[in-house]
Write a protein that binds this ligand. Structure first.
Ligand code: 5MM
Length: 345
C-alpha cells in the first residue's frame, strides 16, 4: 500500500518556488573522471570532503531543496560526525539517492543502452529509506543519430523507468524520472525535438500503464537543444521555445515539477535556458533545475582538493545556485554573471 502522506510531504518540499535539486550522485567512475580533469585525486575521503564542501556552502538551503546522493555518500559522515542525510535534514534539505546501477547494452538494438538495477530494488529502497533517503533517481539514456533512438530502446527504457517509479512510490519514495537525450553529436535542434517527443510520450504511456501517480514524481529531462558538434547553434529562445513546446505536448499537468539536467551545457547556458523557459507564458508545472555539472564545475575547479580554497570554491557554488534559483523564477539577467555576490555565511 502506497503511503500517500509521505509522498505528499516529500513532493511539497521539493517544489518550493525558486529552489532546485543538486545532483551530487556521480558514481565513483564519473566523479573520478571529473576530478582527474582538474587535477584532484579521487580518494574516498576527497569525495567525502568535496561533497561536504558543497552542502555547507553559504545559503545552500535557500536555493537547494534536495540533494541526490551516490550510495557511498549516503553511508559517509561529515566532519561533524553525523551522516550526510542527517546533516542535510538538519538544514531542511531532503536527501535523495541514485538507485540505478548504470547502463548495459540493449540486445538487438543499434548499439544502444538500457539502464539496470531493478532486481532487489524494493529491498535496497527500504534500506536507503532507513538511512534517511526520501526520494530516488533513475536515468535512462538515448543517443541521437540518423537511426537512433530505435523504437526498441524508447519502449524498453520507458518500461523500466515506469517499473522503477512504481516500486519507489510503493515504498513511500518520490521517484525522479530522468530520460536523457544526449547532447553528443552534430544533430540540429529540430532533430532533437523530433526525438524527444516520442521519448517522453513513451515514458508517460508507461507510467500510466504502471499506475504511477503523476502527482508524486519529479521529471528530470534534457532540454531540446542542438548537438554539441552542430554547426548551427540554437539560440537561447529557440531552445526554450522548443523545449516547452515538446513538454506541453507530452507531460500531463498533474506532474508538479520538471527539474532539468544540464547534460554538458555550460553553466551559463543551463541558467539562461531555464530562465528563458520561465519567462514564457504561464506553464502548468514548476520548472527548475537538478544540475550536476552546471552547478559544480566552477566550484570543483576552484577547490583543487585544497582546504585553503574552500571558501572561494563555496562562493562559486553558491553563486551558481543563486543564479539558477533566479532562473527558476524567470528573474535572471546575463549581467548578473559579472556581479560580485554577497552571501550570508
Ligand atoms: C545527466 O546526468 C545527471 C545530471 O547531471 P548534469 O547536470 O551534469 O547533466 C546526473 O544526475 C547523473 O545522472 C549523475 O551524475 C550520475 O552519473 P553516472 O554516469 O555516474 O551514473
Amino acid at each position: 500500500m502506497t503511503n500517500i502522506k509521505e509522498l505528499e510531504s516529500t513532493i511539497s518540499k521539493l517544489t518550493v518556488a525558486g529552489k532546485g535539486i543538486l545532483a551530487a550522485d556521480e558514481s565513483t567512475g564519473t566523479i573520478t573522471k571529473r576530478f582527474q580533469a582538474v587535477g584532484i585525486e579521487s580518494t574516498e575521503d576527497n569525495r567525502r570532503a568535496y561533497r561536504e564542501m558543497l552542502i555547507t556552502s553559504p545559503e545552500f538551503n535557500r536555493y537547494i531543496a534536495g540533494v541526490i546522493l551516490f550510495e557511498e555518500t549516503l553511508n559517509q559522515n561529515t566532519s561533524q560526525g553525523i551522516s550526510f542525510p542527517e546533516a542535510l535534514k538538519n538544514m531542511g534539505v531532503l536527501p535523495g539517492i541514485k538507485v540505478d546501477k548504470g547502463l548495459v547494452h540493449l540486445a538487438n538494438s543499434l548499439d544502444e543502452n538500457i539502464t539496470q538495477g531493478l532486481d532487489g530494488l524494493p529491498e535496497r529502497l527500504a534500506e536507503y529509506k532507513s538511512k534517511g533517503a526520501c526520494f530516488a533517481k533513475w536515468r535512462s539514456v538515448y543517443t541521437i543519430s540518423d537511426k537512433t533512438p530505435t523504437s526498441i530502446a524508447i519502449e524498453t527504457n520507458a518500461e523500466v523507468l515506469a517499473r522503477y517509479a512504481a516500486i519507489c512510490q510503493e515504498q513511500g519514495i518520490v521517484p525522479i524520472v530522468e530520460p536523457e537525450v544526449l547532447i553528443d553529436g552534430d544533430h540540429t535542434l529540430a532533430r532533437c525535438e523530433e526525438v524527444t517527443e516520442p521519448v517522453l510520450q513513451a515514458v508517460f504511456n508507461a507510467l500510466y500503464r504502471h499506475h504511477v501517480k503523476l502527482e508524486f514524481i519529479v521529471l528530470k529531462p534534457s532540454m531540446v537543444i542542438s548537438g554539441k558538434a552542430c554547426p548551427q547553434k540554437a539560440s537561447v529562445n529557440e531552445v526554450a521555445e522548443a523545449t516547452v513546446r515538446i513538454l506541453r505536448r507530452t507531460v500531463p499537468g498533474a506532474v508538479p515539477t520538471i527539474n532539468f539536467l544540464s547534460g554538458g551545457q555550460t553553466s551559463e547556458q543551463a541558467t539562461a535556458h531555464l530562465n528563458a523557459m520561465n519567462q514564457l507564458a504561464k506553464l502548468p508545472w514548476n520548472l527548475s533545475f537538478s544540475y550536476a555539472r552546471a552547478l559544480q564545475d566552477y566550484c570543483m575547479k576552484t577547490w583543487q582538493g585544497q582546504s585553503k580554497n574552500i571558501a572561494t570554491a563555496q562562493k562559486a557554488f553558491s553563486k551558481r545556485a543563486m543564479l539558477n534559483s533566479l532562473a527558476a523564477q524567470g528573474k535572471y539577467q546575463e549581467s548578473m554573471e559579472k556581479e560580485e555576490i554577497s552571501l550570508a555565511s
